[in-house]
Design a binder for this molecule. Structure first.
Ligand SMILES: [Zn+2]
Length: 457
């Protein structure tokens, strides 16, 4: 991959920094990667190679480039960090087959961070995780402290790609951010958009497993004229931590000597984070947990009917706080809503512990109807997973049996008809069971089973 033609472009409403991205090994179209802000935040943008390097390194690695050559000088610390991040990803997703890109800048510079005149930002989506780290920050640091968050960075081009719906989000979150002492700083980028359609057909593997943290860090690097550090709210917790695109091991490695990237809130469980939010008026005033952004309207950012909405409503209800927010279309949850919308089987390793954590609170307020509905959903999820795994196991057995039959036939063809009473092609059957394909299938099955139930209790 080659990245060059770095440029700053001003329009009437926005300021943009951009670079030309060309693929060298992979047959993909070139594109201009950009980061853009409203003109009132124009001075925040810093034109340099770092945001483009951090924004492109994971896609280049994912799609099979061998190097990333970039115009300009790159900080030695960032180069070292990105190498470490690649090694971690390689050990997570291709153990035994290390893959990494050679990063080739025009030069390397040594630098010491200067925080003077700059602020600290937090990625602020309006969801539970970002409000929780913001609340923790407010509780832990006085306003004059350098670690006190001053800007809430909201990014277009990641999970949202509809400008109209993004404007609704900005309008809704602006006052809530202001009440929490943050300036809402919208940033527009196409960092993920060239891959989003393709990635959606593959279960968002690139975004979910690899790109999330580095994409946010790249946005932070684009803002180094205004920010010296950015914080990313943890989306997992310690009990369910597993390899993921935004991760406490990975995110800080996309920082440089000029931009500190922190992954925060990991030691708080989902319910503990929601408790931080439930006791805080600015957060309850405008919560945005729903990812179904196409359903957003001026009056509602949460559909109230998807799994994420229902789970958040249940958690708030268990704390007697659902009545205090207008963020959802209704102020109660029914067993029917759980039955219809809570699809725990899609991610049982993470969701089962999450729902189990909600149950004691619901029992305390006497909502045994909801507890029973959650338990039914958990059983249903476990049965679905077991059924799916058994189906795969049966398919693997049938495939092995088919291979054994084929090998037996070919063995007979090679050695002539088997003698009466002698087992047919013992060697052939044995090679299928103990051969390479069988060895790969068994651990894969076992691995998935272990993953599905690792946290399921
Ligand atoms: Zn929803």
């Amino acid at each position: 991959m080659r990245i060059d033609c770095l440029a700053q472009i001003d329009s009437l409403e926005r300021r943009r920094i951009q670079a030309r991205v060309r693929w060298e090994e992979v047959d993909r179209p070139p594109y201009d990667l950009f980061f853009e802000v409203d003109r009132r935040f124009g001075k925040a943008l810093a034109l340099g190679p770092h945001p483009f390097l951090v924004g492109c390194v994971i896609p280049a690695l994912h799609f099979g480039e061998r190097r990333l050559a970039i115009e300009g000088d790159v900080c030695a610390e960032l180069l070292d960090n990105v190498g470490e991040a690649q090694r971690i990803l390689s050990q997570w997703y291709s153990p035994g087959q290390p893959r990494s890109l050679s990063i080739e800048p025009e030069g390397v510079f040594d630098h010491r961070m200067d925080k003077r005149g700059r602020r600290r930002g937090v990625f602020f989506s309006g969801g539970i995780d970002s409000y929780a780290v913001l609340r923790l920050n407010r509780l832990r640091f006085p306003g004059a402290h350098p670690r006190s968050f001053k800007d809430g960075v909201l990014v277009f081009g990641l999970e949202q790609d509809d400008p109209g719906k993004f404007d609704l989000t900005v309008q809704a979150l602006g006052p809530a951010a202001e009440q929490a002492g943050l300036s809402l700083l919208p940033v527009y980028t196409n960092i993920y958009l060239p891959f989003r359609g393709e990635d959606s057909t593959k279960g968002f593997e690139l975004w979910g497993k690899k790109l999330g943290g580095s994409a946010l860090a790249a946005v932070g690097h684009a803002l180094t004229n205004r920010l010296w550090g950015v914080s990313i709210g943890a989306s997992q917790d310690l009990a369910t931590l597993e390899p993921w695109g935004t991760h406490p091991l990975l995110d800080p490695l996309f920082g440089s000597s000029d931009m500190e990237v922190r992954h925060e809130g990991l030691s708080f469980s989902r319910v503990e984070r929601t408790r931080l939010v439930a006791g805080w008026k600015p957060a309850l005033r405008c919560l945005r947990v729903c990812n179904k952004y196409r359903t957003y309207s001026r009056s509602a950012l949460n559909c109230g009917a998807c799994e994420k909405c229902v789970r958040t409503m249940l958690t708030l209800l268990s704390m007697d706080a659902l009545k205090d927010t207008d963020a959802f279309p209704v102020k109660d949850v029914t067993p029917e809503m759980i039955h219809r919308h809570v699809y725990i089987h899609r991610d049982p390793g993470e969701l089962i512990p999450g729902y189990q954590e909600i149950i004691p609170g619901l029992e305390r307020i006497g909502r045994t109807d909801l507890v029973a509905a959650i338990r039914r959903s958990i059983i249903r999820a476990r049965l679905k997973v077991v059924r799916r795994l058994l189906g795969r196991f049966a398919s693997a057995c049938l495939a092995r049996a088919g291979n054994a039959k084929l090998e037996t036939t070919s063995k007979i063809r090679e050695t002539g008809t088997a003698r009466k009473g002698q087992p047919r092609s013992v060697e052939g059957a044995s090679s299928v069971v103990t051969g390479e394909a069988g060895a790969k299938q068994r651990p894969a099955f076992k691995r998935e089973f272990d993953e599905r139930f690792r946290h399921a209790g």
